[in-house]
Design a protein around this ligand. Structure first.
Ligand SMILES: [Zn+2]
Length: 229
């Protein structure tokens, strides 16, 4: 596994990106940090709360686990970047895409960071919701390519072991980040906010630790699978 030679600070990168002129810059310039193993994309933020249960908002759960995963992976020597470290919407930084859709500007900003960093894997963290409160467990979506497919299975295996479920990953090519990213990416729904036992796991420190460990183990599985040295 490649060791991180540079301290990967997403905020530093975002500051750098704000100086750029958008996608054209990302497409034609060398990556400033080409050794990034994993980019953690923390779903939603700011005005966009994501799904919810009462006062519990998806954006906060995603951020808590995202930051924990970032710290854990750094401890393990993985070169990792985080695209937001506090509660704001990435669309706030996007003044380069001429679109009236805040949602599209948000997604494009997230994808811009993928283009700049070119990580070996992008993991987009989300929390699920279903009308039926019995729906539970992880849900992992992948791009239609081999690395993403394998990553999705590795993440699903680790999370299934935690939740004692038998979820199966599924292709999510219609989702912007998966459809547009040119490096391997997956979307990880970490559990259902609408299910009482999943909600307990997602919202309490002990459960968040377990989810973080499962995700970190899956990252190591993936890096081992593709980058044995
Ligand atoms: Zn979400």
């Amino acid at each position: 596994m490649n060791r991180c030679k540079t301290v990967c600070l997403a905020l530093l990168t975002l500051s750098f990106m704000l100086l750029s002129t958008g996608e054209a810059y990302a497409d034609h310039s060398p990556s400033p940090v080409s050794t990034v193993d994993v980019l953690i994309d923390v779903g939603h933020g700011g005005i966009d709360g994501g799904t919810s249960h009462g006062d519990l908002l998806e954006k906060h759960l995603n951020l808590i686990v995202g930051k924990m995963l970032y710290d854990r992976l750094r401890q393990l020597g993985v070169c990792v970047a985080l695209n937001r470290s506090h509660d704001y919407a990435p669309s706030d930084d996007n003044d380069w895409l001429r679109s009236r859709s805040r949602h599209l500007r948000d997604l494009a900003q997230r994808k811009l960071l993928v283009d700049v960093l070119k990580p070996k894997l992008t993991v987009s963290l989300h929390t699920n919701w279903a009308k039926k409160s019995s729906a539970r467990g992880p849900g992992v979506l992948y791009q239609f390519n081999q690395p993403s497919f394998i990553a999705a299975h590795l993440f699903t295996n680790r999370l299934n072991a935690l939740y004692r479920t038998s979820s199966v990953p599924y292709v999510g090519d219609t989702f912007y980040l998966l459809n547009r990213s040119r490096t391997p990416a997956i979307i990880v729904e970490m559990g259902y906010i609408s299910n009482p036992s999943d909600r307990k796991m997602l919202s309490e420190a002990a459960g968040q630790n377990k989810i973080t460990e499962a995700l970190a183990s899956a990252v190591l599985d993936y890096l081992f699978f593709f980058h044995v040295e």
